[in-house]
Design a protein around this ligand. Structure first.
Ligand SMILES: [Fe+2]
Ligand SMILES: [Fe+2]
Length: 246
């Protein structure tokens, strides 16, 4: 099966090309992806420990090993790119987030059906993104090859989670997938709301800085003008002052 990038990502291809063009940013993003893959792999290993289904346990264990291998591949390439590259602050994770979903996985809180539906959608989204990243990285064949290697595993993850969901859900696969879709939409909304709140907070603080601080600065300058320059003797204090500490 060959996965193609989503229509939205394809229409934003020039933007994705720009995100991946800078070597320092490429390094940072790959190192971030490595963290996501590693933590996702840990959660999937935990899901393998929790399940009593032997087929599922075997597949989840292989899945966890794959995610660990992806973490190593991304990490190694990210470290190689980082050497001698100018550091970049902007990662543009909102646009190119990698295998998002795995970083939000809480395996012990989900039923097997919900877990498989969640994994299927996350793996499908990741496979489509990685297919695009592989395409836009034509100028860096080594990184593109890393994505090609990872993509083959993601396609397998996407397929096995779907077939296992069909087996486990016994006719309720559609409902499980819609619920998982709803949860993903809700999390996307929360991410957007948090980003918007951060942006608004930044905006309000900036406005406050330029509106409230200048009058105090003017008052301080006027007060400074009234001060006599240089050293001058202190006025004699009343005798009562000597009774206090200061
Ligand atoms: Fe992965
Ligand atoms: Fe995966």
């Amino acid at each position: 099966m060959s996965v193609t990038p989503s229509l939205l990502d394809r229409s934003l291809r020039p933007l994705h090309r720009w995100v991946w063009a800078e070597r320092g940013r490429r390094a940072r993003k790959l190192l971030r992806f490595a963290e996501t893959e590693r933590s996702g792999g840990r959660e999937i290993a935990r899901a393998a420990e929790c399940t009593s289904d032997p087929i599922l346990r075997r597949l989840l264990l292989r899945h966890a090993q794959d995610e660990e291998r992806h973490a190593e591949l991304f990490g190694a390439r990210g470290r190689a790119l980082r050497k001698g590259a100018p550091s970049s602050q902007l990662e543009a994770n909102w646009l190119a987030p990698g295998e998002r979903g795995l970083d939000e996985l809480r395996a012990d809180r989900l039923s097997e059906r919900a877990l498989l539906a969640f994994l299927h959608l996350s793996e499908k989204a990741a496979a489509r993104r990685f297919a695009l990243y592989r395409q836009v990285l034509g100028a860096d064949p080594e990184t593109s090859a890393v994505f090609a290697e990872v993509l083959a595993d993601e396609e397998f993850h996407m397929t096995y989670t779907r077939t296992q969901l069909e087996r486990v859900a016994t006719g309720r696969r559609g409902r499980a997938l819609w619920r998982a879709r709803g949860a993903r939409i809700w999390k996307a909304y929360l991410r957007l709301a948090a980003a918007l709140a951060g942006l608004l907070g930044h905006l309000v603080l900036t406005i406050q800085y330029f509106v409230l601080v200048p009058p105090f600065a003017l008052l301080a300058r006027r007060a400074a003008r009234r001060e006599r320059a240089g050293w001058h003797s202190a006025e004699a204090r009343p005798a009562a002052d000597l009774e206090g500490q200061y």
